[in-house]
Design a protein around this ligand. Structure first.
Ligand SMILES: Cc1ncc(COP(=O)(O)O)c(C=O)c1O
Length: 436
């Protein structure tokens, strides 16, 4: 019953059972053999708020990747290190004694550097001391914002497929998710789709562009739909822009830069994606002062402050890209090459793919390749040595789209070459046939 894993329970799982019962949401088993007493034991301490979420699919797939010695194209972290100049800055900060708590909402120089980079990427000026909060990754920024803003029963619109922490954080905050489902392969936002989810109870919408997992960069028409509805229903926009620098189609444009949106938008960002240091967990929330006060109200009791020496290094990293765009040019060129290589690999073996406009993810059509659904495809591929994420994990579990597999291409060339070799080793149609 590996998929139920919480804490020590994982160690008692027999290896035969791993891989069978993988894709679980507690109380909502997906796949065979996952109900009954073991499920009850494993979930009995989880609060009602969190019970529907179970173990994150990312942990599950990473564990399976190890189990099957698979190449991990599942979880979205680079298998290469970030730039030396940022590492050196962190080392220096440690050597220089920046080892204690910092100001709760961020080291002054870090807040300044974030405001500076937001001025360039999101196109508005923010007061570093009143409008910027440094957090433990964007994940904490989302949590602190929702915990700081929501009252019980407040509704939050979530656009599916969505990053898995959104709905969990709404639930932890006592809010109610109103989930809207975008339809592939276009995944376009329209007024007709979003409007029914809005009401007088709507407090906020979570908007993510460039988008994980589809790779969409929502255009001005689509952002305009969100902006109009937010204004009409007096809702806030949590704009998750962690992939703002990883773009192929055109430069990122923040929804905060649209007319009248600055005062109702919280821009959420992360050092992890742009600088390939996902484990550093430095993120931020940038919002008007009154909203920032609410965010900080929660942040002070969640983490109090982000790691001080890494904040120092983050300041140096962000100041550098504000002064010199060579790092970003190289980053985009490298990701464009990886994107092309992975598309060629996947399309070469017969997957129909969504070509991402931004982010480092590709969705591939599992049904089109002959699999019965994304979970079956992911199970089959992990056994063949390639770990992916079944994109149904990004949907409301009552209403998943079971078509898509997500491949992460934030990987070294040799990793991607080995992935290509393994994918080429057996025809996809055979894998699909044997998976039934
Ligand atoms: C859309 C999105 N938001 C937020 C995060 C988390 O960012 P961080 O690592 O800074 O917490 C991720 C990470 O994959 C993501 O894809």
């Amino acid at each position: 019953m590996a998929g139920l894993a919480t804490g020590a329970a994982v160690t008692s799982v027999s290896s035969q059972s791993v891989g069978k019962d993988v894709y679980l949401r507690a109380n909502r088993p997906i796949g065979p053999g996952t109900s009954g007493p073991i499920l009850d034991i494993m979930t009995k301490h989880i609060s009602d708020r969190l019970a529907p979420f179970g173990e994150s699919i990312f942990s599950t797939m990473s564990r399976l990747a190890v189990e099957y010695k698979a190449i991990n194209l599942g979880q979205g972290f680079p298998d290469f290190d970030g730039p030396n100049f940022v590492k050196e800055a962190a080392k220096r900060a440690i050597e220089e004694g920046f080892g204690q708590y910092s100001r709760a909402f961020g080291l002054p120089e870090t807040n300044r550097a974030i405001a500076r980079s937001v001025a360039l990427t999101a196109g508005f000026s923010a007061d570093p001391d009143r409008e910027v909060t440094v957090t433990a990754g964007c994940t904490e920024a989302v949590a602190a914002t929702l915990l700081g803003l929501l009252n019980p029963g407040d509704e939050v619109v979530i656009v599916d497929p969505s990053y898995d922490s959104y709905a969990a954080c709404v639930a932890m905050s006592g809010g109610i998710s109103r989930r809207v489902r975008l339809e592939g392969p276009d995944f376009r936002i329209t007024d007709a789709l979003l409007r029914p989810a809005f009401s007088t109870r709507t407090r906020a919408i979570l908007f993510n562009s460039p988008h994980n997992p589809t790779g969409r960069m929502f255009d001005d028409d689509e952002a305009g739909v969100v902006a109009r509805l937010a204004k009409e229903f007096d809702a806030l926009v949590l704009s998750d822009e962690v992939y703002d620098q990883i773009t192929y189609a055109r430069p990122h444009r923040s929804i905060a830069s649209l007319d009248g949106m600055r005062e109702r938008t919280i821009v959420l960002g992360s050092l992890g994606k742009t600088f390939s240091f996902t484990g550093w967990k430095i993120g931020w929330a940038v919002a008007p002062e009154s909203i920032t006060r609410a965010i900080r109200g929660a942040h002070q009791f969640l983490t109090f402050c982000a790691p001080t020496p890494l904040q120092r290094a983050a300041a140096e990293a962000l100041n550098t890209i504000c002064e010199d765009d060579r790092y970003l040019i190289d980053l985009r060129r490298d990701y464009s090459d990886r994107r092309a290589f992975m598309l060629e690999t996947l399309e070469g073996v017969g997957f129909r793919c969504i070509h991402p406009e931004g982010s480092y993810f590709i969705l591939a059509d599992a049904l089109g390749a002959g699999f019965s659904d994304d979970v079956t495809a992911a199970k089959s591929l992990v056994k063949a040595g390639i770990a992916t994420i079944p994109a149904s994990a990004f949907y409301d579990q009552d209403n998943p789209d079971r078509r898509w597999l997500r491949f992460a291409f934030c990987k070294r060339e040799e990793t991607m070459r080995e992935a290509r070799r393994r994918l080429n080793a057996q025809p996809l149609s055979l894998l699909a046939k044997s998976a039934h």
